[in-house]
Design a protein around this ligand. Structure first.
Ligand SMILES: *Cc1c(COP(=O)(O)O)cnc(C)c1O
Length: 354
């Protein structure tokens, strides 16, 4: 019997989520703040009354309307909702999947672009960043010309490097690309620039965002904004009722209180600066400027420092070995002021054995 599983799937290892019970969890860019108690009570009451015996609104129109308002999405664009932006990446990949179809992304960047390309049988092309994590425009334009990818992903700001690429370089990519270009703004709440306002200038641009990094990772809600002719085609691939009723209700509630979350994002930006400056003072540590809610830093021995912090009950992300440009790099999610204090007091000892 021939093995029914495709060899490229058999060769994969599943997306790894590190166990974090009892740890200070600073590995996944989650918002550290709990919902204020009065909002918890009001949300509980609302979810208790949700009609869970019924299928949810297939369009999630209440969420759509509030997102449009909260994110100032112009009426001429459509919005596609996904069970996390991961699902939207998958929908985009499925839409272009045919023999020889190509998905292009920068490296290092969000690993799901490559993984989902493999899931969907696409050829994946990774274009390396420069050593300072800036975008290598010449290499990108060469790859676009030679490979003619149907789909390009650019994380803006980029994960795991935290920087925002040169906007003019992305515009040059939009001009050169024959296919769709998705600007992934997962960290929009912490960044100074966005491509949303550039949608009217580029026919092939789609802007993707998520509520995850804003403080609602548990809901799983991502959204893709673009011209109706693209969103209309992609919507055909969305499984019916992909946003469950509890997520819809909770997202509506959260978007009605968006100020709470944007206020927290503001505080995290201040903490990002404080954490950056403190890391910069530590001998042997090179933090990289970030427009996201995490900071990438290079140390003398990432594995030793990662293990020492873990022993101290602090879980961050060790990126060493993931990509040559990330040698001895660690990624710190920006936590609450008290959490960041804990990291900063544990770090000097964790850096000793390197
Ligand atoms: C975290 C992250 C996402 C995933 O978001 P979900 O909506 O939680 O699936 C997408 N893109 C980038 C660049 C991310 O870092």
């Amino acid at each position: 019997m021939t093995a029914p599983i495709r060899p490229e799937i058999a060769a994969l290892s599943a997306y790894h989520v590190a166990p974090a019970a009892g740890m200070l969890k600073l590995d996944a860019m989650e918002n550290p703040f709990d919902l204020p108690p009065e909002l918890q009570a009001a949300l509980g009451d609302r979810l208790g009354r949700a009609a869970i015996n019924r299928y949810p609104d297939p369009q999630a129109s209440g969420v759509q309307a509030r997102l449009r308002q909260a994110m100032a999405i112009a009426p001429q664009y459509d919005v596609l909702l996904g069970n996390g932006s991961d699902e939207l990446i998958q929908i985009l990949a499925m839409a272009i999947a045919r023999p020889g179809a190509k998905l292009l992304a920068l490296e290092p960047s969000f690993v799901m672009y490559r993984m989902i390309a493999t899931f969907c049988g696409l050829d994946y092309i990774g274009v390396p960043l420069n050593a300072d994590f800036s975008l290598n425009l010449e290499a990108m334009l060469d790859a676009i010309r030679l490979q003619q990818p149907q789909l390009i992903f650019i994380a803006y700001p980029n994960n795991p490097t935290g920087n925002q690429f040169d906007a003019a370089a992305i515009e040059a990519i939009l001009d050169a690309a024959q296919g769709l270009v998705v600007v992934d703004e997962a960290y929009h709440a912490f960044a100074d620039d966005s491509f949303l306002s550039r949608l009217d200038r580029y026919d092939n641009l789609l802007v993707m965002r998520t509520l995850s990094k804003l403080g609602l990772a548990g809901l799983r809600l991502g959204f893709l904004i673009g011209q109706p002719r693209w969103i209309g085609e992609l919507d055909k691939l969305r499984l019916p009722y992909n946003i469950n009723i509890l997520s819809q209700q909770a997202a509506e509630f959260a978007l009605d209180h968006i100020d709470v979350f944007t206020g927290q994002a503001q505080l995290l930006r201040q903490e990002r600066k404080r954490l950056f400056d403190a890391l910069d003072q530590l001998p042997g540590v090179t933090p990289y400027p970030s427009q996201a809610n995490f900071i990438l830093a290079r140390v003398g021995n990432a594995c030793a420092t990662f293990t020492a912090l873990k022993t101290a009950g602090i879980l961050i992300k060790n990126l060493h070995g993931g990509h040559p440009l990330l040698d001895n790099c660690l990624r710190f999610t920006v936590g609450s002021p008290a959490e960041n204090d804990r990291v900063l007091s544990a770090l000097p000892a964790a850096l000793v054995n390197q």
